[in-house]
Ligand binder design. Structure first.
Ligand code: 4NP
Length: 161
């Protein structure tokens, strides 16, 4: 079981989009049972709120549906996950602050797994939810590709098969 948590600032746009996109991806590949997937915000500013409507609409336009209630990440959530995938450098700094610099080995920017490492621009400010979707999907696909290539034991088979 691989425990993956996606993290952004508010947990109403990017990280719930990432959670649902990744859930959809592993479902398509028959890998659902290998994962526990969640998402959090570094802030409590949107705690209790659902997915921001334009983010939800963008997901639906891509055939992805689902619900989420925003919650703030705690140190226990960091400890209880194998991969903490943040959307941008600001999220990374916030998490390093929360963990006092610890757990660095499991905290990554989502798009660091792509050929073009970058931040997922915050659609709260850019209003470009399509671009956020595309960056997040690219990050999720490349992260899954990384796991399948580098951590085959986690899926119950190895590279020689
Ligand atoms: P998210 O977007 O971090 O992708 O969920 C934001 C949501 C709320 C705010 C900023 C970004 N806000 O300032 O309230």
């Amino acid at each position: 079981m691989i425990n993956v948590a996606f993290v952004c600032l508010g947990n109403i746009c990017r990280s719930p989009m990432a959670e649902l996109i990744f859930l959809n991806l592993i479902k398509e590949r028959g890998l659902t049972s290998s994962f526990r997937v969640s998402s959090f915000g570094t802030s409590d500013c949107e705690e209790g709120n659902g997915i921001y409507p334009p983010a939800k609409k963008t997901l639906i336009m891509h055939g992805i549906a689902g619900k989420h209630v925003a919650k703030q990440i705690t140190l226990a959530d960091v400890k209880n996950n194998d991969y903490i995938l943040v959307m941008d450098s600001s999220n990374l700094l916030d998490l390093l602050r929360l963990t006092c610099g610890g757990y660095g080995g499991k905290i990554y920017k989502l798009c660091s797994f792509t050929d073009n490492p970058r931040d997922v621009a915050d659609p709260w400010y850019t209003r470009d939810f399509e671009k956020a979707f595309s960056d997040i999907r690219d990050g999720c696909e490349c992260f899954l590709g990384y796991l399948l290539k580098e951590k085959p034991d986690a899926f119950g088979y190895d590279k020689t098969h």
